[in-house]
Design a protein around this ligand. Structure first.
Ligand code: FEO
Length: 403
């Protein structure tokens, strides 16, 4: 059965929701699912904007078939070829083999590399500023390389002010019947997943996202709708969400708040972290606390993009970082997190080294990050007389956060 929605009178959402895949990119847990957004324009020409993951191709075909009502599909516009969008292309071209394909040159190269296209028809390479008319509607292409892959382009439909944004402004989460941002409690129920999507999927590419935001800003009040490849379509509060993207892509924190990540083997480090969380809370400092061993790293990264201060409380392991702490820090570095203040609590039964390692990492491997004193040193478990040390660290964090 078809499952479609109107975006505008001539443009339809024809994508699909995936509630079965446990891991996006086979890495990131998506317990609330994800949508693969595809859009169909019915004009003098018929145009499909992007495809879906292979698993969702049957629904896509059914949706297109229902709306075309026997018309042929004239064009396929591919803004991004990554397989969560490009893999369904093969099925679409089997069904409508005469469709002309419009995309970047890189997308066409990747398409062939992945083997997604049985295509022998016309391929059109879109370039920056190039305009294509389909009747009452025309689109202009803008390159957006590395938001999130090198092939990415976005396009702007000028009649109704629609920006097809590829992965930009995407969000984890199945749509569950609601297509538009104003049909959701986005700021509360969806923002954490939008942040987790951004930080882990696009977070490394802050400068390219800034370049895209500049191109979007140049559209001024002609811009009415954001149509991303995942998550809701934005038709209200565009500037609010673009403001989040601006902060995230400049690696500026959203909140003056503490992220407390602890790595504990036998409970001593966790106990000290607990005491610090209490002290911070009593001093009025917002704090969120996570066990590095059981929290998916994508959540830790998302919280790292949100918070201004990060406390690492960790055991020493083989005279090195606790392995899950190392994974978290390496991911943080890979995703280019910047402009944060760190503090550290270390633990070691005979030779604690986590603080020294963290200091070297924070100042040597990250950009514009600093380590706040004092550190707290634990030997196996926190002693009762160390309460003052934990209070002192809390006070230093509170003072710095409020300065
Ligand atoms: Fe949703 Fe970069 O693909």
């Amino acid at each position: 059965m078809h499952c479609v929605r109107n975006v505008t009178p001539d443009l339809y959402w024809v994508g699909a929701n995936d509630r079965r895949t446990p891991l996006f990119e086979n890495i990131h847990p998506i317990p609330q699912g994800v949508s693969y957004n595809s859009y169909l324009l019915l004009d003098e020409k018929t145009v499909l904007f992007d495809c879906v993951d292979w698993s969702a191709a049957p629904q896509l075909l059914e949706n297109i078939d229902y709306l075309l009502k026997g018309r042929d599909l004239d064009y396929i516009v591919l803004h991004h070829l990554e397989p969560d969008h490009g893999a369904g292309l093969w099925a679409v071209l089997q069904r409508w083999p005469h469709a002309k394909l419009i995309s970047s040159l890189a997308a066409q190269r990747f398409m062939d590399q992945f083997g997604f296209s049985p295509f022998t028809g016309e391929r059109i390479v879109a370039k920056e500023g190039e305009r294509f008319s389909f009747g009452r509607h025309a689109i202009t292409f803008y390159a957006a390389p590395m938001v999130h892959w090198p092939d990415v382009m976005v396009s702007f439909e000028e009649t109704e002010g629609i920006l097809f944004t590829a992965d930009a402004f995407g969000t984890f989460g199945a749509l569950n019947g609601k297509l538009f941002n104003d049909e959701l409690d986005f700021p509360h129920a969806w923002l954490p997943e939008a942040r987790r999507y951004y930080a882990n999927i696009v977070g490394k590419y802050g400068p390219p996202v800034q370049a895209l935001l500049s191109k979007a800003a140049a559209l001024g009040n002609k811009l009415k709708l954001l149509c991303p490849l995942h998550g809701p379509v934005w038709r209200t509060d565009l500037s609010w969400f673009m403001g989040k993207y601006d902060l995230w892509s400049r690696y500026q924190p959203e909140d003056n708040a503490v992220l407390l990540v602890y790595g504990s083997m036998y409970g001593g480090t966790e106990q000290a972290a607990e005491a610090l969380a209490i002290a911070l809370t009593e001093q009025g400092v917002p704090v969120s606390m996570y066990d590095v061993s059981t929290t998916p790293v994508s959540h830790l990264i998302a919280e790292s993009f949100r918070c201004s201060h990060i406390v690492l409380a960790s055991v020493t392991y083989n005279m090195d970082f606790f392995p899950p702490v190392r994974d978290y820090l390496e991911d943080m570095k890979a995703l280019a997190l910047q402009n944060r203040t760190f503090a550290v609590m270390e633990n070691g039964t005979w030779n604690p080294a986590a603080a020294k390692l963290t200091a070297a990492f924070v100042t040597g491997e990250l950009t514009n990050c600093a380590l706040l004193e004092p550190k707290v040193v634990l030997k196996s478990a926190p002693r009762e007389d160390q309460s003052g040390e934990i209070q002192a660290l809390s006070a230093a964090i509170a003072a710095h956060l409020q300065s």
